[in-house]
Design a protein around this ligand. Structure first.
Ligand code: ATP
Ligand code: MG
Ligand code: MG
Ligand code: MG
Length: 470
């Protein structure tokens, strides 16, 4: 069945509403009262207090579509078919209410009856000894025994330290041999993109103790997550998550401003996909109140923006272009996320200022870096020293990963440890300059991370209000 991503999102929450769920709004990408996480990376992350019982949920069954950022996936973006740094996770949750049986039954019903995914293409995975989940798939779905794969702890057991944890069960879609790899044993769990994982069901049923035992929880929870872009990719029968209707509109615009056709050259395709992802990520981050800076979330934003700006240059785009690209993001996602519309002017301005600042320094920085590369060649060395990487970062605004990416393209490497040592030294200097105000917490708060060096060059932000009234 052909459905647009905006339709799929709606049909998901409609379905779970019909099963008695409270439909919650996406939380901000900035975690609230949660120091363990820099950015919200799953549907359950903002609901932790409901799971732990610290707060009472509006209802003991709930469903959301949550904005997520996973910086850990950044290296994969544009290269695998399935990873973005930004994506939307659709989830249904039970706080001590229904458990495995309903979760499995409804997942199957939604995917096959509402989305009409062909049943014979679907595989399931379960945790090694989770016979209960295994038997429930046999009972409620048409998936035959041979297409239920048992996977180990790495893939199919959810656990963070002590406390609530449990086995997972995932749904995969077989995209066919043309997406396969050389592994003769290629099946769900293989890292290639033939079997595309699209839904993860977590059955939080144990309570891990200090002594390593796993007693059953009194109130068992359900936490599921399905990537909207991934299910869109499957339903729209496109090559990767960047080609679904909503993101494809961004590709079209990049083609227009760069004059580079998508689907002709593998290398520019990667650049184009990276840009589509990063412009989405930065738009949503800024909408949630994050500003570019050299610390924490602000640094993530800065990295994404500069990386996108640089890939624009690789495509031959000369002028600032990212802030205009935001228009398409707003166009395709503004209805589901009104903050994009409300803060339009503000978001574009933040992007534009940062892009301009980057452009001023990048040419200078590139020249310095090229000089370093020549030196490496002349000295027959392959690793750029940490101090030099830091100088590029500190003086010319090159995030480390950008330097790394450029070096890798010409077959060189950098000294990450050395760079981190220099970073620590700088943090120490900044901290003593600030008189060690409030310990570590300043690092985490994105609005307090506009450190003095950034604030002085970035007068622009001082005139911006987060409410979008510029
Ligand atoms: P993968 O193994 O493909 O990296 P995952 O097991 O890390 O995925 P989960 O943590 O189980 O993913 O997240 C639940 C769902 O969210 C996934 O089944 C997928 O549909 C979606 N998802 C996870 N990471 C990404 C990403 N980087 N980009 C887009 N969708 C994602
Ligand atoms: Mg992953
Ligand atoms: Mg996985
Ligand atoms: Mg998973």
């Amino acid at each position: 069945k052909k459905m647009g991503c905006n339709e799929i999102r709606k049909s998901f929450t409609d379905f779970f509403e019909s099963k008695g769920h409270y439909i919650g709004k996406s939380s901000s990408l900035i975690p609230k009262n949660d120091k363990s996480l820099l950015l919200i990376n799953s549907g359950m992350a903002p609901l932790k207090n409901y799971f732990s019982g610290v707060e009472v949920p509006p209802k003991n069954r709930m469903s959301t579509v949550q904005k997520c950022i996973r910086t850990g996936d950044i290296e994969n973006v544009g290269k695998t078919a399935r990873h973005g740094t930004f994506f939307e996770m659709m989830g249904n949750f039970s706080f001590g209410d229904y458990f495995k049986e309903d979760a499995i039954k409804w997942a199957w019903e939604f995917v096959t009856k509402h989305l009409e995914i062909p049943e014979d293409k679907i595989w399931a995975t379960v945790y090694l000894n989770d016979d209960e989940a295994h038997d429930l798939w046999l009972k409620y779905s048409s998936i035959p025994e041979e297409r239920i794969v048992r996977l180990g702890k790495d893939d199919n057991f959810w656990e963070i330290g002590l406390g609530p944890c449990g086995p997972c069960s995932e749904l995969y879609y077989d995209r066919g041999e043309q997406y396969g790899c050389d592994n003769p044993d290629c099946k769900p769990g293989c890292d290639c993109d033939r079997y595309l994982e699209f839904w993860n069901l977590v059955f939080t049923q144990f309570d891990r103790q200090e002594d390593g035992s796993y007693p059953e929880l009194a109130h068992k929870n359900i936490d599921t997550g399905m990537g909207l872009e991934r299910i869109g990719c499957i339903m729209q029968d496109v090559d990767n998550i960047f080609e679904v209707d909503t993101i494809r509109a961004i590709i079209d615009e990049i083609e227009r401003v760069s004059g580079v056709k998508y689907g002709v050259d593998a290398k520019s395709d990667v650049s184009i996909r990276i840009i589509t992802d990063h412009i989405r990520a930065m738009s949503f981050m800024i909408a949630d109140g994050i500003l570019p800076s050299n610390e924490g979330r602000g640094y993530v934003l800065r990295r994404l923006l500069r990386r996108a700006a640089r890939h624009g240059k690789l495509l031959g785009i000369k002028e600032d272009y990212l802030y205009n690209l935001f228009d398409v993001v707003k166009e395709v996602s503004g209805e589901a996320y009104p903050e994009l519309v409300e803060k339009e002017g503000y978001i574009k301005k933040v992007i534009k200022i940062e892009e301009e600042k980057f452009n001023e320094t990048i040419d200078q920085g590139s020249e310095i870096l090229n000089g370093y590369i020549e030196e490496l060649k002349a000295n027959n060395e392959s690793t750029l020293a940490g101090e030099k990487v830091f100088k590029l970062y500190d003086t010319y605004g090159f995030p480390m990963d950008l330097t790394q990416e450029i070096l890798e393209e010409v077959g060189f490497d950098l000294d990450e440890e050395g760079f981190n040592t220099e970073m620590d030294k700088q943090r120490e200097r900044a901290r003593s300059a600030r008189g060690n105000m409030e310990g570590e917490s300043w690092k985490e708060d994105p609005l307090s991370t506009l450190d003095s060096s950034v604030a002085s060059t970035f007068c622009g932000y001082k005139h911006l209000s987060t409410t979008g009234v510029v």
